[in-house]
Design a protein around this ligand. Structure first.
Ligand SMILES: [Zn+2]
Length: 228
């Protein structure tokens, strides 16, 4: 997820693993020209790592093999930006050593889509669909089926981050208006796979971004950077 130069020739790595969640590791000598790690200890590499767990908080990388380097993602400015924002949101929301395989799989899926030029996955709509799914796998999906205050299923006209979902006309104090299109975008984003992320008008996308952002702020105590 992140790779930081350290000392003369080392790298400190922020890793996310399928089996152990967040891991901090050091790769000694990784910046030497003839390092056995090559250039693969960088963000957006999916790796098969052997790590040594000592007494330090940091594990030591013993070996690293590339599972997927997403080379076309690396060649596209838009895909790199989208990937960086996705990883940033991911790190803010999934900050523990608890494994979360659905979150891991979601990020791999998004990076694969960003690596496929035919998918247009760097678009804001897919970035927001990723964000909604990320909120879901982290346990903070907004309530979208009925009013988060009173349970009313009709006349859902607003969204309240504090309530954690859509709200009806009678409960909209403190909420912001949510269009039908933004509501539909969020429901479909969660229901469909990432490659089938729905489209929506810019205003609806802005509302959806605000909805997921305020939900995470209130309930996960995490502030995300702008999605685009
Ligand atoms: Zn209500």
């Amino acid at each position: 997820m992140r790779s930081i130069r350290y000392g003369e020739a080392d790298r400190i790595l922020h890793l996310y693993s399928k089996s152990r969640g967040r891991i901090g590791a050091i790769a000694k000598g990784a910046r030497k020209p003839k390092s056995r790690f090559g250039g693969r200890l960088e963000p957006f590499f999916r790796l098969d790592l052997v790590l040594h767990e000592g007494r330090s908080d940091l594990m030591t990388v013993t070996s690293a093999a590339t599972v997927d380097g997403y080379p076309r993602l690396r060649g596209s400015g838009a895909a790199l930006t989208a990937g960086a924002r996705a990883c940033d949101a991911f790190l803010r929301l999934l900050d523990s050593a608890e494994p979360n395989p659905p979150a891991y799989n979601l990020l791999c899926r998004y990076l694969s889509l960003l690596d496929d030029p035919a998918e247009n996955a760097a678009e804001l709509s897919t970035a927001l669909a990723f964000r909604l799914k990320l909120a879901l796998v982290a346990g903070f999906a907004p309530e979208l089926a009925s009013c988060a205050h009173c349970g009313e299923a009709e006349q859902l006209v607003g969204f309240s981050g504090a309530a954690g979902g859509v709200v009806c006309g009678g409960c909209e104090a403190g909420a912001f208006p949510l269009s039908e299109e933004a509501h539909r975008f969020m429901v479909e984003s969660l229901a469909k796979s990432l490659s089938e992320a729905p489209e929506a008008e810019p205003q609806a996308l802005r509302q959806a971004e605000r909805a997921v952002g305020e939900t995470l702020e209130h309930h996960a105590h995490v502030q995300l950077r702008a999605a685009a």
